[in-house]
Design a binder for this molecule. Structure first.
Ligand SMILES: Nc1ncnc2c1ncn2[C@@H]1O[C@H](COP(=O)(O)OP(=O)(O)OP(=O)(O)O)[C@@H](O)[C@H]1O
Length: 589
């Protein structure tokens, strides 16, 4: 119930639906009790005394009771459905919104499949419980209470006698649920591993075939399939035992009622009408036992689902705006970036960058070179405020970026990542992602600068060509050029190229870079690259190793001194170097 309380804000506005749904169900249950009472009246007051005139009235009342009950049941479903869907709708939106603002740190460990199941399966469980399960659970209690109250009022000794099997019925139902529940969980897991196998096989079909691992894949699938089949058989066997056992126990109650009730009627201590009413009323007690385990399990499951959804909603956002966060005026941003003794570690790991110190004046180009894991991307992530620094300051135009609103800071930065993500949309839509009011001319201009225009025009629908999920159907280089066009269209003060030209050939890289010369003008640009060719025109190059700056300077200066930069340079230009280790016509030999 604690979970329901915490979720209250999301259904508070429709609390009346919850109340109405419960009231309608309770009223329908109450009306259900009228039916056995009518039977009793029909037998004792109409049939036995021979009051034929009242038969029609009793029949008419029975029909009316059923009709009103049906209406109440409809209203219960109507209000419950409205409430459940309203709650699920609000929670879905709230979770999705929260996911947009959760920081990079959260996504470092989040699992896509798990998040998807929280937003679908778990929300569905909550919707069902709040919409119906909760009312049904209450109704179950009401049925047993109302039913036994009426039975007790007719003949309390007979009531207690016929209820003799009820504890056993409840026990069997609970025991069954405790077995079927893990069996279903196991079955869901088996099914999920089966679908994962199919999905991986289809996605990785090239790897499977190139390693000739088809037989292994078939065997792997067959094992998982067998596990699923065994689980299904186990669950089916449980089900096949449950109903006969419940039926058997219930019929004991009925038999006891027949024997004891019949005797009482013969002894005239009970009327025939009472006995018939008892036969009807006993199902008010036995019926709920059938669903007891299901409803309790439904409750525990939706409680667990509620906790999983609340975990997302209550997740703290570690990079967020301060109360008096500054909103940048795009016209006034110069792009002066300063790192002052910046140190940062991911979680409890060793620091990924240590004491990083540099200054890039507006419009300058800073290059980063370093081996895998040397901290290049981390520096850039810190500048975007994907994470906040542990020590030191990062300043934009003299202002610590922690003082600036995250949104307005990022609106001044455009990044082209090593891996391009394209949405399932048109090329045009992908270039103009997140921007309204951009003209087709602007989109084409950006694509031309990114050297993407020509290949786009060769596509069947040009800029209106729909690219599949993750840009399926385009080469790595083409995707990257679209990403570059997207960044250029944003017209940022700070441009970040995180290994942006790694997927294009040297020739295209040069073409793109000559385009960059123009678009970089007036923008502070950070280039992370593995190729010296991408960095040679930078105003300053920082060489990183294990998170520290180990060399810095211009290309011409760095190739003149021994160190990692010159080593990389020599490896990359081995075929073109003169005897002094310089490219022909380069440096001041
Ligand atoms: N999200 C993360 N969570 C934990 N550790 C991380 C994370 N990202 C990077 N690291 C660690 O931080 C260090 C620096 O990584 P970073 O990605 O900045 O290096 P890089 O120089 O950009 O490498 P590459 O050239 O391979 O992209 C590495 O030791 C890496 O394992």
């Amino acid at each position: 119930m604690e979970v329901l309380r915490q979720l209250r804000g999301y259904y508070q506005a429709r609390l009346n639906y919850l109340v109405l749904s419960i009231l309608c169900l309770a009223a329908a249950t109450g009306l259900g009790l009228v039916y056995p009472m009518l039977l009793r009246k029909l037998i004792d007051d109409v049939i036995r005394p021979g009051n034929y005139g009242e038969v029609v009235w009793i029949a008419a009342m029975a029909v009316s009771v059923v009709a009103v009950k049906a209406l109440l049941q409809f209203l219960h479903g109507f209000f419950g459905g409205r409430l459940g869907n309203y709650l699920a709708y609000r929670l879905r939106n709230a979770c999705y919104e929260k996911l947009q603002f959760l920081s990079f740190r959260y996504y470092d460990t989040a699992k896509t499949g798990d998040l998807m199941s929280r937003l679908t399966g778990d929300l569905e469980a909550i919707r069902n419980f709040v919409g119906f399960g909760f009312a049904q659970l209450l109704n179950l209690i009401l049925m047993v209470t109302f039913g036994s109250a009426v039975m007790l009022s007719i003949h309390w000794q007979l009531t207690l006698l016929t209820m003799i099997t009820i504890p056993f019925l409840a026990g069997v139902a609970l025991k069954f649920e405790s077995k079927i529940h893990p069996a279903f969980q196991e079955m869901r897991q088996a099914l999920s591993s089966l679908t994962t196998a199919v999905q991986e096989n289809v996605t990785g079909v090239r790897t499977v075939k190139s390693f000739a691992r088809e037989p292994h894949e078939v065997e792997k699938f067959s094992h998982r399939n067998e596990r699923y089949k065994d689980n299904q058989i186990f669950a089916a066997t449980l089900w096949s035992k449950f109903f006969p056992v419940m039926e058997l126990l219930a019929s004991i109650s009925v038999a006891v009622l027949l024997a004891a009730g019949g005797t009482l009627v013969i002894k005239e201590q009970l009327t025939l009408g009472d006995l018939v009413a008892f036969f009807s009323l006993i199902w008010f007690i036995i019926g709920p036992m059938w669903g007891l385990g299901f409803h309790i399990n439904n409750y525990t499951q939706s409680k667990a689902s509620g906790e999983r959804v609340l975990e997302i909603l209550n997740q703290p956002i570690d990079v967020k705006d301060k109360e008096a966060a500054v909103e940048l005026d795009p016209e006034e941003v110069h792009g002066d970036v300063r790192f002052e003794q910046v140190t940062f570690a991911y979680g409890n790991k060793m620091p990924a960058v240590v004491d990083i110190d540099f200054h890039s004046s507006p419009g300058s180009v800073i290059g980063f070179l370093g081996g895998t894991g040397s901290g290049k991307s981390t520096v850039i992530q810190l500048l975007m405020r994907a994470y906040d620094v542990n020590k030191g300051h990062i300043r934009l135009d003299g202002k610590d970026i922690r003082e600036i609103s995250v949104r307005s800071l990022r609106s001044q930065i455009a990044t082209v990542f090593q891996e391009t993500f394209l949405f399932s949309s048109t090329i045009k839509g992908n270039i103009a992602y997140g921007m309204n009011n951009v003209s087709m001319e602007q989109i084409i201009r950006a694509a031309q600068l990114a050297k993407a225009h020509d290949f786009i025009m060769e596509l069947p629908d040009g800029y209106d060509t729909v690219v599949g999920e993750r840009g399926l159907g385009l080469s790595g280089g083409q995707k990257q050029r679209i990403a570059i066009a997207r960044a250029l269209l944003k017209n940022p003060k700070i441009l970040i190229l995180d290994d942006a030209t790694s997927a294009v050939d040297m020739e295209t890289e040069q073409e793109i870079q000559s385009g960059f010369q123009e678009v970089m003008r007036g923008r502070t640009t950070f280039i992370i690259a593995h190729r010296i060719s991408s960095l040679r025109h930078a105003d300053e190059i920082l060489v990183l190793n294990e998170g520290r700056v180990v060399q810095r300077g211009k290309h011409e200066e760095l190739i003149d001194v021994p160190g990692p930069y010159r080593d990389v340079y020599r490896i990359q230009y081995a075929d073109h170097l003169d005897g002094a280790g310089r490219r022909e016509g380069e440096g001041n030999a």
